[in-house]
Structure formats: C-alpha cells, structure tokens
Design a protein around this ligand. Sequence first.
Ligand SMILES: NC(=O)c1ccc[n+]([C@@H]2O[C@H](COP(=O)([O-])OP(=O)(O)OC[C@H]3O[C@@H](n4cnc5c(N)ncnc54)[C@H](O)[C@@H]3O)[C@@H](O)[C@H]2O)c1
Length: 245
Amino acid sequence: MSAAGELAGRVALVSGSAQGIGRAVAERLAAAGADILGCDLGDQSETGTRIAESGGRFTPLAVDVTDRDALERAIAEPVRALGRLDIVVPCAGIATIGGPVSPAGDWQRVLRVNLDGAYALVAAAWPAMERRRDGRIVLISSMAAHRGSLVVAPEYSASKGALESLNRHFARHGGPLGIRCNCVAPGIIDTEMTRAFPPPRVADVPMGRIGTPDEVAMVVEFLAGDRSSYVTGASIPIAGGLFFC
Ligand SMILES: NC(=O)c1ccc[n+]([C@@H]2O[C@H](COP(=O)([O-])OP(=O)(O)OC[C@H]3O[C@@H](n4cnc5c(N)ncnc54)[C@H](O)[C@@H]3O)[C@@H](O)[C@H]2O)c1
C-alpha cells in the first residue's frame, strides 16, 4: 500500500499528468506513497481513477502552466492544506516537427510551454522546498537537447537545451539548501506526442524498440527518491542507446 512507500508523507507537483509520461510519473510517485498535485489542461479523470485504484492520492488542478499567476493560485491551497511540497516534475510539453528553421509563432508557442511552463512550476514550488531544506526537482529534457534532431523543430531542441542549463542552475543554487535537481533525457517514447511524428526508425535504436512512459517514470522515481541522495545536476538519457532521434 502506498503509505508505506519510500515517498510516504511527501507531496509531489507534476504537470502534464493527464497522459503520457506525466501520467506515468504521477502513478509511480503515488505508488511510492507521495500525494500528487497534477497540473494539466486536459482531462485528468483517468489519472485520478488509476491512482485511486492503487490506493494513492491525487488532486487534479486544471491549469495552464504558461500562466504563472494562475499556477501559483492553483497550488497555494493544496500546498497549505498538505503542509509541504517536496518534489516537482514538470512534464507538460508540446512538440513541433520541422527542419533547420521554423515560423516565429511556433518558436514562441513551444518555448512558452516547454521552458516557461517548466520554470514556472519550479519557481512556484521553490519557496516551500527551501523552507523545509529538502526538495527534488526532475526536469524532462530530451535526447534532442543532447544530440540534435532531424525530426523535431529547432524550438523544441532549444526548449530542452534550456532546461539542461536550468538543471545546472538549480543544482548549483539548491545544493546548499538541500534541494537537488536532475534531468532525464528520453529518446523516443510511445505517447500521443510521438504518435503525431513520422514513424520512428526503430532500427536506429540500439535496443531495437522505442520506450514506454513507465520506463521514464521509473528513473524519475529514483531521482525524486532517497536512493539518489548524492545525485544533482545530472542528465540521464533514457533512450535505449539512441544517439539521434
Ligand atoms: N514522448 C517522447 O518521446 C518524449 C521524448 C523526450 C521528451 N519528452 C517530453 O516528455 C514530456 C511529456 O511528453 P509526452 O510524450 O508524455 O506528451 P503528451 O503529449 O502525451 O502529454 C503532454 C501533456 O502535457 C499537457 N500540456 C500541454 N500543454 C500544457 C499546458 N500549457 N499546461 C498544462 N498542461 C499542458 C497535455 O495536456 C498533455 O497531457 C514533454 O515535456 C516532452 O517534451 C517526450
């Protein structure tokens, strides 16, 4: 039962929790005992049902992560009621497909969700983590940030590259405060996002298959938990050995 898990008593803020990687992360952290605050624009009823069925606790917050004021208002009451906020995993994201350059509108739209939205989540949670001198942030980067991509548009790679920089920034500032920050960099994971892409060249993946959302969530759970107690500022590829996605 969840209450006995490694994260029992902890509170986790997860965005993008309606589906895909965000939902898998919410489920994993809930199964480890954390109370989950899930931020998404989409319908989160399936996430709530699945977590409740496994004995976990989930509070859906209908919020656009690009609206920083709305986000701070949405989390204020549940964080006050639960008395703490320990873990932040900004999974909300969008992707555009493209070549070397792309239209200005796409650039702004993707940066706003993937970069501003992730930053807003961390900024909203930071004071609560600093108060307790304990916090764990896991940012969702991409192999596109590590190695470039011939599939996604430049704004997507740029947004994820900026998260890799923020990872090191938060790790530097958080170290003395007991706040750890790490990144995961998924390759090709089977979600709604990648179903909109051209079919993946599975032959390019050394492990010969694409990944599952839960395979990302398991690494996030490790980084959000106590077993990674001396890991901060790291970026872990979860890509089956893929170098170019
Ligand atoms: N799927 C992959 O192969 C892959 C690879 C590398 C990185 N990622 C990253 O993982 C994260 C999750 O991706 P996914 O594949 O699960 O995608 P997905 O499309 O399945 O889920 C994204 C979720 O984000 C939510 N969302 C989008 N914009 C939002 C906003 N403004 N406010 C609140 N919620 C919003 C959506 O409603 C959706 O529930 C993203 O950051 C993505 O860039 C995915």
